[in-house]
Design a protein around this ligand. Structure first.
Ligand SMILES: Cc1cc2nc3c(=O)[nH]c(=O)nc-3n(C[C@H](O)[C@H](O)[C@H](O)COP(=O)(O)O)c2cc1C
Length: 221
C-alpha cells in the first residue's frame, strides 16, 4: 500500500505534543503496532541498544510524577507511559556479552564473521566516532532510541493516536526509582527519553510553529 503525499503530511500535522489525554485506553492491537514500530526501527550496526518499559501501574506513575515535570500534565490521563532505556558502555563494548548475543543469536553470524565484525566495530568506535568513554557511548545509544521514539509517535499518529515526548525529568531520580522497582539494572541501562500515548482531550492550543524549509535547508546542486 502506498500513501499519497497529502496523507503523509496529514499524519505529520496530526501529531503534536499532546498536553492532555482523555483517559481512554488504546486498543491492545494499536499499542502493539506502536511497539512493533519501535522494535523494527533501525540501529547502528543493528545492535538495538534500547529497551522499552511500558508503564500503566498507578503506583509507579505516582512515584515518577514529582521528578517528571515535563510529563505532569499527561502522566495520569495517558493510556500508556513509555520509558525508553538505552544501553550503557559496558554492553556496547566490542567484546561485551550483549554484542556477542546480538551477533550470534539475533544477526545469526558465524564465529568468523562475529570476530571480523567485532574488530571492525572496535576500530570504528575508537578511530572514527571517538566512542571510548561512558557518557558519549550512552548518548550514542540514546540518539538511536530517539529514532525508535520518532517512529512510534509517527505510527501512533497514523493510527489516530496522540503522544507527547518527554525529556522534562530528573534522570538520576527516575533511574533510582526504576532500579528500586527492579526494572532497571544501572550497569546495563540508563533512561534515554519517555513518551505518553493516548487520545487527545482537546484540540491543540495553537497551530504548528516551524521555520520555513528555506531557513533550514541548503541545496547543493
Ligand atoms: C525530545 C523531546 C523532548 C520533549 N520533552 C517534552 C516534555 O518534557 N514535555 C512536553 O510537554 N513536551 C515536550 N516535548 C514537546 C516539544 O515541546 C514539541 O514537540 C515542540 O514544541 C513542537 O511542537 P509539536 O510537537 O506540537 O509540533 C519534547 C519534544 C521532544 C522532541
Amino acid at each position: 500500500m502506498k500513501l499519497t503525499p497529502e496523507q503523509i503530511l496529514e499524519i505529520f500535522n496530526f501529531r503534536h505534543a499532546c498536553k492532555k489525554f482523555d483517559g481512554r485506553p488504546l486498543p491492545e492491537a494499536e499499542w502493539n503496532t506502536i511497539l512493533e514500530a519501535g522494535r523494527l526501527s533501525p540501529s547502528s550496526f543493528g545492535y538495538e541498544p534500547w529497551h522499552f518499559v511500558v508503564v500503566q501501574k498507578r503506583e509507579l506513575l505516582e512515584k515518577l510524577y514529582p521528578w517528571t515535570w515535563g510529563g505532569q500534565r499527561t502522566l495520569y490521563n495517558a493510556s500508556h507511559l513509555l520509558i525508553i532505556l538505552a544501553r550503557r558502555q559496558r554492553d556496547l563494548q566490542p567484546d561485551s556479552q550483549y554484542l556477542g548475543h546480538m551477533m550470534r543469536d539475533v544477526l545469526g553470524l558465524t564465529p568468523e564473521l562475529c570476530q571480523a565484525r567485532e574488530e571492525r566495530y572496535a576500530t570504528w568506535q575508537e578511530r572514527d566516532f571517538d566512542l571510548t568513554q561512558e557518557r558519549p557511548v550512552f548518548d550514542w545509544a540514546c540518539k538511536q532510541s530517539y529514532i525508535a521514539l520518532a517512529n512510534m509517535m509517527t505510527v501512533a499518529a497514523s493510527l489516530g493516536v496522540d503522544s507527547c515526548p518527554i525529556e522534562g525529568f530528573k534522570r538520576t531520580e527516575v533511574e533510582r526509582i526504576l532500579q528500586e522497582e527492579g526494572i532497571l539494572e544501572p550497569q546495563h541501562f540508563g533512561v534515554a527519553v519517555m513518551a505518553t500515548f493516548g487520545y487527545r482531550a482537546e484540540a491543540p492550543h495553537r497551530p504548528k510553529t516551524r521555520q520555513s524549509l528555506g531557513e533550514i535547508t541548503t541545496w547543493v546542486r
